[in-house]
Design a binder for this molecule. Structure first.
Ligand code: PLP
Length: 455
């Protein structure tokens, strides 16, 4: 492989056959998920109304490698292995001695990393005889991924889309409908949770936590319906590890090894996807790298949240998970990276943050768009607003290398393209984008309302 190559394509035959389960390598196990009534660890039977058994077993598995079913790999071949690029032109634009690589997940049919878990989730549900799935979506990325996956395996998909995104991104809804899904703005009149929220606040902008409540409520009250979550849970992070496993092989092809790995974090799944296989090497005694999670300053769960047991949703229908949280009743301001507007963080990511295996930083929206536009003009790909956070994080590292004169290798995950988010770019160019800060009083109130769980 020539050193001047910009793109590192992995032969289809080398697409990973197994997902990597970091639970096998943790020095301390992740705290258990608790039943909110008994405060005892939840068992498979507690989760059975919501998820098929294969996914529940993955959720609690400590096996290091879990085989990717062949029918799932067959679908993956539509876009996987995804490309890894060396960002030569961005490096030049920055004048950095660092070498920057990015793994591009926008090549999937839905335009992001989300189909990496939507496809196996739909497949395991179909295997269990499930005909209907409900879910939530923020920016519409997860909703379109599950709509796509459902269409492949004959599953009806209903998506509750957070109100602000539903209004900002009509073409995401059109995409979900093209794949045959039904898309409802959340909060809606279709559930108790939605009606209660609208009663309190008729102009409610919605939140991921609230949309989850609506989707879970429908699944919990209908025998023929299960629920699918696009982030946060262990099995979702597991499915995303195919990103990092491919990236590892591609970095080898490039003859380089990352010193710093950067990803954006909403619920933590794409970040885990690129980082966990590398972190696993370190936990097994291999090279120590810096792992940087980038989150929005307007919804800073890892940098400003509390590490505590909390509900995954606003209406408190889910079990309690120990995670960095802003409080389940916290409604983040309606900034453009809708996929990052979640009050909590994946328990596995939170746990690794507590163990000092990873770092977290938060950046404002405008700085992230500045980074995204520079990236587009250097590398040609227009990143999703969420992905702009990872781009910003990588640029900050590259500029540090420039200042310190260090030739470090930076790898980041470009988790999706921004083709459905161009109205956000239009606002940015029109100077209409603002750095929204969250309401400190609301955060304090949401944190004060955390459930009390004895240590
Ligand atoms: C959903 C989404 C995110 C946030 O979710 P994670 O689980 O943190 O990855 C980030 N970027 C894109 C493009 C998304 O679709």
């Amino acid at each position: 492989m020539s050193n001047s190559a910009t793109q590192y394509l992995l032969d289809a035959k080398r697409m990973p056959t197994h997902w990597y389960n970091i639970a096998a390598d943790l020095p301390v196990p992740v705290p258990p998920v608790l039943h909110p009534g008994t405060l005892q660890p939840v068992g498979p039977s507690d989760l059975a109304p919501l998820f098929p058994m294969e996914l529940i077993l993955q959720e609690v598995s400590t096996e290091r490698e879990i085989a990717i079913p062949e029918p799932v790999r067959e679908v993956f071949r539509l876009w996987r292995p995804s490309p890894l690029f060396r960002a030569h032109r961005l490096e030049k634009a920055l004048g950095t001695p660092a070498r920057i690589y990015y793994k591009y997940e926008g090549v999937s049919p839905a335009g992001s990393h989300k189909p990496n878990t939507a496809v196996p989730q739909a497949w395991y549900n179909a295997q269990a005889g499930i005909k209907k799935l409900t879910t939530e979506t923020g920016a519409g990325q997860w909703g379109s991924a599950l709509a796509f996956a459902g269409s492949l395996f004959g599953i009806d998909v209903t998506v509750f889309q957070v109100r602000v995104s539903y209004d900002q991104k009509p073409y995401r809804r059109a995409l979900m409908e093209t794949y045959g899904a039904r898309c409802i703005a959340s909060p809606s009149m279709e559930t108790h949770a939605g009606r209660a929220a609208l009663e309190k606040r008729p102009e409610h902008p919605g939140s991921l936590g609230l949309a989850i409540s609506e989707a879970v409520e429908i699944a919990a009250t209908h025998d023929d319906t299960k629920y699918a979550l696009g982030s946060v849970l262990n099995h979702v992070l597991l499915h995303q590890t195919i990103i990092g496993q491919e990236a590892m092989l591609q970095m080898e092809m490039a003859g380089d090894d990352p010193d710093v790995i950067v990803g954006c974090t909403g619920g933590g799944s794409n970040f885990s996807g690129i980082a966990f296989p590398f972190i696993g090497q370190q936990l097994r005694g291999g090279k120590k790298r810096r792992i940087v999670a980038v989150e929005p300053a307007a919804c800073p769960s890892l940098t400003r949240g509390k590490y505590a047991y909390d509900f995954g949703d606003t209406a408190h229908l889910t079990p309690l998970a120990k995670m960095h949280t802003l409080g389940s009743t916290f409604t983040p301001p309606g900034f453009h990276a809708g996929g990052l507007r979640y009050h909590g963080m994946a328990p596995l990511v939170s746990h690794l943050k507590q163990l000092n295996v990873l770092e977290a930083v938060a950046y404002d929206q405008i700085a992230c768009f500045d980074a995204g536009v520079l990236f587009a003009r250097s590398e040609g790909i227009v990143p999703a607003p969420e992905a702009n956070h990872a781009v910003k994080g990588a640029i900050v590292e590259a500029m540090r290398c420039k200042k310190e004169g260090r030739k470090e290798v930076i790898l980041f995950n470009l988790c999706g393209h921004g083709h459905f988010d161009m109205s956000a770019y239009s606002s940015y160019f029109a100077g209409k984008l603002t750095d929204q800060s969250y309401d400190e009083a609301e955060l304090a109130m949401a944190l004060a309302g955390l459930p009390s769980v004895p240590a």
